[in-house]
Design a protein around this ligand. Sequence first.
Ligand code: FUC
Length: 801
Amino acid sequence: MRRRRLFGLLLVFVTAAATLTATEYAAVATPGRDLVLWYDEPAPDTAEGWEGRSLPIGNGGMGATVFGGVTDERIQFNEKTLWTGGPGVPDYNFGNWAAPRPGALDGIRQRIAAEGQVRPEDVLAALGLPSDSPRHRRFGAYQSFGDVRLSIPDAGPVTEYRRELDISRALARVTYRAGGVRYTREYFATAPDGVVVMRLTADRPGRVDVGTRIAVPANRTSAVSAHRGRITVAGALNSNGLRYEAQLQVSADGGRRVDNADGSVAVTGADSVTLVLAAGTDYAPDYPTYRGADPHENVNNLVTSASRKGFRDLRDRHVRDHTRLFDRVRLDLGGRMPDVPTDDLLAGYGSGGPADRALEELFFAYGRYLLIGSSRPGSLPANLQGVWNNLEAPPWQSDYHLNINLQMNYWLAESTNLAETAEPFFGYVDSLREPGRVTARQHYGVSQGWVAHHASNIYGWTGAWDHTAFFFPESGAWLSDQLYDHYRFTLDKRFLAQRAYPVMKETAQFWLEFLQVDPRDGRLVVTPSRSPELGPATAGTSMSQQIVWQLFTDVREAAGAVGDTAFAATAKDILARLDPGLRVGSWGQLQEWKADLDSPTETHRHVSHLFALHPGTQVSPRTTPELAAAARVSLEARTDAGTGWSKAWKINFWARLLDGDRALKLLGDQLTTSTLPNLWDTHPPFQIDGNFGATSGVTEMLLQSHLGTVDVLPALPSAWQDGRVDGLRARGDLTVGLTWRAGKPTEIRLTAGHSGEVSVRTGMGPVRVYRNGRVVGHRVSGEAITFSAKDGASYRVVPVT
Ligand code: FUC
């Protein structure tokens, strides 16, 4: 409530006087007050309780989920590198054959040229991929590390129970009264110290009693010990011999601590107890062995040095680190957070009132929270479940699906000002090149470049699976293009020259050889190609062409920027001959295939042929209205139904179609039908891409820049009449804040990281541009204005009233 009043005050400031600086805004707005998920009961200690009700904390490499049981507390935890499969499995093959089989696709290509299409099974048979049964034995799966279990004596009936997750500070808390004592537990996963920290306190001295142990799944060897309050569990996975170790330091303030022979530690009569947990494996991201040092020393050092720091110091360092990222963006849609638990808030969504807006703000911010928690430099990227998995055989191995899911995980990274979180993603894409070169030769006889298919693990799996749905050699092109987008957002030439361009060029080299001339029209096409995960194998499937078009368009631009003129010319030549994958079909739809095969009743969750609309740049109502209209027809036909990530993608599509009301409708559908009580997205089951995709979608509603112009409030829903957002990023190294009233922007705040021309579609009519209170000249062209920005300077654009 207080926040709303302060925000009202803020709006008065903004409209009456000049803009506030970020610091002034932070001082009056007390952001974060509403950014709390809370519940009045523990999460049940069941699979459903984990999935739908436990509360996630993470530091990128490690994740943990808090159940909050009063007498039996479970903190399930993960570390990203604990995977079965890979080189430790005797006949690990990276998804390749023992011997190269170039020319494997020749017959299929000839048949497609003659007959137009073949069954996906035929492609699979031609490739003759070795089976990976039983159940992805070689590919492996991400593993639960284990559970920290706390046993707490029953202190009598519990009142005032509250379990919460403050996402603005990345702190989880459980508090309740029992037997006249208020008990509080705090939990956080800290990136600067590399550990998970928990503390139990009571408001009366000597009242903390707790038994502590670590339990690990049965699919590994394990030796457990407790010595001076340090629990150590170590062993190796049965699947692949990957060594693992977890240590938990139990430190009591007062009371008595006992190390038990079974590896548990008990504390009685303490004022408080602090627990510090670290975990690791001997995984290393190095092809082809993927093994490094035994985890013991690192885990031991992390726990020892964090335990020395003390709880408050650890918490301060953690909150500083988290808020440095999290506080960069603030969104206010006019929400008013009611005083109800988050599961009730979610269940009550749809009234259209300020509680809906509050949930939308929270859900938007939660996507950023989850990305900060599951993707930090020095670790692997966020997988299908971020970093959180409670199973030995998780859905889809909790892997890296590359035919939309991993890409979607990072759609929000640049636009919501969390570029650092994409570092593990960039590193991962880069790491696929080495194994991917072998696969390019093995599967296709392609001598240059690399390829990956629809899914990968942490052990360089770049071959295709022995399953028809999974032929998707375009994944590398799609992934590489997100490295280029980092350059477009930051204009970081060094990143372009040293990181993005080498990956993009090598990806393009694969396509130089893989593309074939379609004998029917002489255009370059991908053959065989499929629309993920639907329909026959054909030549020139729309998504394949659009992805390759985007890659060569961006490679051409990038080659120009780094001075590789020869390759820029090659890319130009390919683009002149490439089928762009854009056709309007018989019922007005954007065709999914080169031939008009689309069924108007097909409602498949993948809407792959709209890649050109989002995340691609080929189709837009601003530049290609007829194609955009056709995209709309296709999207309508697919309906608003879909799994979690599918709805999230549709938010982005509708935003790119500039239809804010429909985008909000999809966001509402996602909240009501694809979101669990802990606000995790559910496919079903839990899959984190939908969280990330939704946050990206909300951002696309407020700000777009993919066409080179800063497009302000391009898809503002009529329900979001008044609002404010700060700290979003636009391509061109711009940080953008917006204020709007009655559905119209009233102020645009831009800070330029580079000097240069800035174009803004203001949506304001005649405007003035100010820098430090002085008017800056601008040109008007159509609905956009252009002015010259200076590196480091801030600008304010307001309507002329
Ligand atoms: C793709 C999707 C599925 C699922 C899986 C992890 O294959 O088609 O729906 O999301 O990834």
